[in-house]
Design a protein around this ligand. Structure first.
Ligand SMILES: [Zn+2]
Length: 328
């Protein structure tokens, strides 16, 4: 089994320690229109990202997945440059963001199968004529309810996952709609094990986490350091509870860091102002602060290694396993 990275296919056994959800750069639709912001300098964004990502070598990380959807300023060639300059494996995504925060108009006019064709083409031939193949599929839902457009995008993503065997990484708002995502994906015949329900850590709700894991999906505790959403102590308590409940195989940990907000943050905050509000929101936070604390709380190093090494590998293998079962 091989995983598509920016530099070509890598055997799944060579992924090693993996951060499953981090972004080199993100820009919300229209980011290029805010002339109050300093002009975007791609070379500066690259230098900053390389500086940050290179620190991961000190913590044994080999692979980072950047599940930037196609409509959030995705720049896979920039991601590839970070991979080349750091020696890390970087994995890019196909797929769309939420209806409210993405750019759905052109896709709204397509039927499901046209979107499937685009996703599959980005996985098999490459993203936007770059030759860089997508290695994961992004899905996203807004808060509290799944719009018709999002349902179409999720259905297309599930069909593309079934064709290609790729895993699906989701965005949820307020840790809602995780079960709708599992329903839509499994409704298309894709096993829940191929889905990571992202940002499930946004709500202090052990029952919700258990219920997602029980259905077979991965539960994303993937915003460590973003403490204005929820304190990390709550995230850690819920990771420990989920492991204690027997669901260690379903925990995924990451930070959802963004190393460059193209055109600044929505709402006009500068990156420096935002960084000052979330001082721990950086790529090494889990290894420097969260792991030691989880060990104090009684988790073993084997548990932690399992979560950041074995679980990402199992996630990428899930599609292949599903294919094997279909042919039994
Ligand atoms: Zn993200």
């Amino acid at each position: 089994m091989q995983v598509n990275t920016t530099e070509g296919r890598v055997p799944v056994d060579q992924l090693g320690r993996t951060l499953i959800h981090e972004h080199v750069a993100v820009g919300f639709p229209g980011w290029w229109l805010d002339v109050r912001q300093p002009k975007y300098r791609r070379e500066d964004a690259l230098a900053q990202a390389v500086d940050h990502f290179a620190k991961l070598h000190d913590h044994g990380v080999k692979t980072v997945v950047d599940p930037c959807p196609m409509d959030l300023g995705r720049d896979v060639e920039l991601v590839a440059l970070v991979a080349q300059k750091t020696g890390l494996n970087l994995v890019c995504a196909t797929g769309m963001y939420t209806e409210g925060m993405g750019i759905p108009y052109s896709f709204a006019r397509m039927d499901v199968n046209e979107i499937v064709d685009i996703y599959v083409k980005e996985i098999e031939d490459g993203i936007q004529w770059s030759g860089i193949r997508a290695g994961v599929i992004k899905i996203a839902t807004g808060e509290g309810h799944v719009t018709d457009f999002e349902r179409k995008a999720l259905t297309a993503a599930a069909r593309a996952a079934k064709i290609t065997g790729l895993p699906l990484i989701s965005h949820t708002e307020g840790a809602t709609c995780g079960h709708d995502q599992v329903d839509i994906i499994t409704g298309e015949g894709v096993p829940a094990a191929q889905l990571l329900v992202g940002h499930s850590d946004g709500r202090d709700d052990h029952e919700y986490h258990c219920s997602i894991a029980e259905r077979g999906a991965f539960v994303g505790f993937d915003r460590f350091g973003l403490e204005m959403i929820i304190p990390d102590e709550v995230r850690m308590k819920n990771v420990k509870k989920l492991v204690d409940a027997g669901y260690r195989d379903h925990v995924m940990m990451s930070h959802d860091t963004v190393h460059c907000f193209l055109g600044g943050l929505p709402g006009g905050m500068t990156q420096e102002q935002f960084a000052a509000r979330v001082p721990n929101w950086r790529l090494t936070h889990i290894f420097e602060n969260v792991f030691p604390r989880l060990r104090e709380m009684g988790m073993s190093q084997a548990d932690l290694d399992h979560i950041v090494t074995d679980n990402p590998r199992r996630f990428f293998l899930a599609g292949q396993e599903a294919e094997r079962l279909r042919h039994l």
